[in-house]
Design a protein around this ligand. Structure first.
Ligand code: FES
Length: 64
């Protein structure tokens, strides 16, 4: 599913980036999410929150 139509960014791309440790700001910079019309920003943030909640805790959580 496309999350950002302006930049043709998919849910899978965002979820993969979250799994690789990317933050919203980093995903925005990497893919251009929410850098054009901005309509996708809230959906992308929610998607990142939900995906992050499914990930195991970071073993370096004190340093993260
Ligand atoms: S839909 Fe993402 S910037 Fe327009």
């Amino acid at each position: 599913m496309y999350v950002c139509l302006c930049k043709a960014v998919t849910q899978q791309q965002i979820e993969d980036a979250v799994e690789d440790g990317y933050s919203y700001a980093q995903i925005r910079q990497k893919y251009g999410v929410a850098t054009d019309c901005g309509c996708c920003g809230q959906m992308a943030k929610q998607m990142i929150r939900e995906k992050t909640a499914t990930l195991p805790p970071c073993e370096f959580s004190e340093a993260c």
